[in-house]
Design a binder for this molecule. Sequence first.
Ligand SMILES: O=C(O)CCC(=O)N[C@@H](CCC(=O)O)C(=O)O
Ligand SMILES: [Zn+2]
Length: 335
Amino acid sequence: MSIPNHDFLQFTLAQPEKASASEYIFPYGTAFIEGRGILRLEPSEQAQHSVVLSAGIHGNETAPIELLNALVAQLLTGELALSVRLLIIFGHPQAMVQSERFCDVNLNRLFCGAWQRYQGMEVARAQLLEQTVSDFFEQHQQGEKYHYDLHTAIRGSQYEKFAVHPFTNGAAYQKQQFAFYDAIGLEAVLLSHQATTTFSYYSYAHHGAQAATVELGQVRPFGDNDLSKLTQLEQALKELLVEANLAQGQAQQVRLYEVVDVLTKDADDYRLNIAADEKNFTAFSKGFELARSSKSCYQIQQNNDAIVFPNTKLPIGQRSGLVVRAKDWATLKTI
Ligand SMILES: O=C(O)CCC(=O)N[C@@H](CCC(=O)O)C(=O)O
Ligand SMILES: [Zn+2]
């Protein structure tokens, strides 16, 4: 069965959760519909890289879903000639239908086997996505493995577009990844300071892929996105898929931040002392009381430490924000 009008998004939204697999030929390869929201494209010519592009791990983060859907249509019609193995994942179709971030639990906390510690409908989805990515990368033959997991943020941001780069545990960072971040229009990168249970970290840690979570502006409903803001990303993805080339800008144009603390909601009365519309990367003075609950108090340790992803509408035990600090490029170990 082929995808009507090459519209993988509409096809996905209309499919049942347990959709059956099918495959068909398109002008430059074979398309495998592996499950709801999961489309693998294998080029007819020798593939140059293995690329995973995911969006909608949070169902209400629609701009990158629309962007990927347009790219898929161009591939399926043959307007773009595919030269890499490509796995497209629309992460959480049920949450997409409901215009929600998630249904029971945050899917992007369930990877690297963390799903074993949770309950809810996302558990099976996390297992399936892990298995799908593993199967895909296990068939990798040549070139690089890439996984870019595309999101939009709940809040506005001092830097509209930025990446969360996986924890490397002391290994040198690949400069070409930062040059790619600049090429796709990112203004900042957060360097994770510990292992996480996110989708992109799974591909990095378990499959050695070049991977990142990429934030592309603010959450908006389907049809309400200005995709012209994502032109640089669109061009760079086309270059990757068609020419097998990782677009390169100026790595050092991208501002570096390191995560210095992860805030965790530890009680029902947990509060962040920030305005409801405070933007990501808002900086504070040393000593400012950023968070308080009956169990804990968090004060800013150094002038200009900033908050990213503040959120208290979540269960106890979950991340309520990242405290980040600007980092000098001269201190970054790169190869
Ligand atoms: O705006 C927010 O608060 C969250 C936006 C979002 O979904 N971000 C990702 C980042 C994942 C990472 O840290 O790598 C998430 O929270 O899952
Ligand atoms: Zn998200």
